[in-house]
Write a protein that binds this ligand. Structure first.
Ligand code: SF4
Ligand code: SF4
Length: 404
């Protein structure tokens, strides 16, 4: 169908490359959930449908609501990218299918402004938390933004960007690309990251930046995602040219800089920023390997939840290695928690997210050891549905690092 050929551009070729092997189904969290009892609800099924539309052997309209509901079952976790023998860029393809037909809708309208909305709510965090802590507040959020009133929603904290310096001081410069969650919901974690690195001789500062924009991509708001990417790349490139590395502590922020922006923009600037981006956990690895920090003697146990984005960035192996170096015996849980950023918070996906996450929750509910996950929304989902406090790996490591 022409709308697909025209709207997908080079991504149409990805659809035609699919050999229908079904390997993607074997790793896809939603394809393996109990609600995906029909082939059309699986990853392979979506590719088969798209192929048949392109080859005109199906009369399905890609703008049809039911079809779009099937496309929405891909929540962009990127697990399939590792296993597809044909190199089909499945999540990127789904974002583009979602972008077809444009359309407004309250969620899309809210997403276009979500950075500004979050910033404002964080500045008045006490009032925001009071409102969102009430049943009426959650009903309003559900009506306005489609976020299910039963879903976990993070409390607001004061903005991190207003608590750390805006330009480098003495020490090795690290320009902190913070992203929404750490900036406006977990500023305490961001402050601990910055404080720890400052003690190691780095100078951590927050240059001008916007949100990473991952929800824009996932909703198919590609033009808006490109605008955000251009803004961030242009600002961060200036910092790289001044000699800074770009610091992240969120896997979504890291993935945006390392993979999404270079793919979206396809330019040299985004590649330079990607090459100079480093996560706090990679810095800890460098410091341990260089003998500049050591872990205390001692043993402990913990459960490591390998989030989808930690897998996609290849960070899971590094995290497990670090935790073991710090003396932990690590039980690794690979199951998806189902939240996938905002996907599992939305009213139409709340029950599906619980279905996806149920295997993980049943394995760790009542755990008597700490649970760690690099992903901020996974920590939120796991704490809420499995009832166990879930930490960033940095927090588990920090308590084991010998002070100098
Ligand atoms: S793994 Fe790749 S080739 Fe196989 S069905 Fe999925 S998209 Fe098609
Ligand atoms: S990105 Fe995740 S949800 Fe989407 S098809 Fe791939 S494995 Fe499934």
């Amino acid at each position: 169908m022409d709308v697909l050929w025209e709207g997908l551009g080079e991504y149409s070729e990805d659809i035609l490359r699919c050999i229908r092997c079904g390997f993607c189904n074997s790793v896809c969290p939603t394809s393996n959930a109990s609600f995906s009892y029909m082939a059309s609800k699986t990853s392979r099924g979506r590719l088969v449908m798209l192929q048949s539309i392109l080859r005109k052997s199906s009369t399905i309209n890609p703008l049809d609501r039911e079809f779009r509901r099937l496309i929405d079952l891909c929540f962009g976790c990127r697990r399939c990218l590792e296993v597809c023998p044909a190199g089909v860029r499945i999540p990127q393809l789904m974002w583009r299918v979602r972008s077809l037909g444009g359309g407004g809708g309250r969620l899309r309208l809210m997403l276009k402004h979500y950075g500004a909305i979050e910033k404002t709510a964080s500045r008045i965090h006490r009032l925001s938390n009071l409102i969102l802590g009430s049943r009426l507040g959650r009903r309003i959020l559900q009506t306005l933004a489609g976020i299910d009133s039963r879903a976990p929603f993070p409390r607001f904290s004061p903005p991190l960007e207003s608590m750390i310096k805006q330009s480098p001081g003495q020490g090795r410069p690290l320009a902190y690309f913070i992203d929404i969650f750490t900036n406006y919901h977990e500023s305490g974690l961001g402050l601990r990251v910055a404080g720890f690195l400052e003690r190691l001789g780095y100078s951590v500062y927050a240059p001008v930046q916007r949100e990473a924009g991952t929800p824009l991509l996932e909703e198919g708001l590609l033009e808006e995602a490109k605008q955000v990417a251009r803004f961030n790349v242009s600002s961060l490139l200036r910092e790289v040219e001044r000699g800074a590395r770009i610091l992240t502590s969120s896997p979504a922020a890291y993935l945006a800089l390392k993979r999404d922006y270079p793919e979206l923009l396809g330019d040299e600037d985004s590649r330079v920023v990607a090459e100079n981006t480093v996560d706090v956990l990679e810095i800890i690895r460098e410091e341990v390997d260089g003998g500049r920090i050591r872990f205390r003697e001692g043993r402990g146990r913990l459960i490591y939840h390998s989030s989808c984005f930690s897998k996609a960035t290849g960070m899971s192996g590094l995290i497990i290695g670090l935790l073991e170096s710090a003396g932990y015996s690590v039980e690794v849980r690979e199951e998806c928690c189902g939240i996938a950023g905002m996907w599992g918070m939305m009213r139409e996906h709340y029950e599906e997210a619980l279905d996806v996450g149920s295997r993980l929750f049943s394995k760790i509910r009542g755990a008597d050891v700490p649970v760690v996950s690099q992903s901020e929304t996974c920590r939120l989902q796991i704490s809420h549905h499995a009832g166990v406090r879930t930490l960033h790996p940095f927090e588990a490591l920090l308590g084991r690092i010998q002070s100098r």
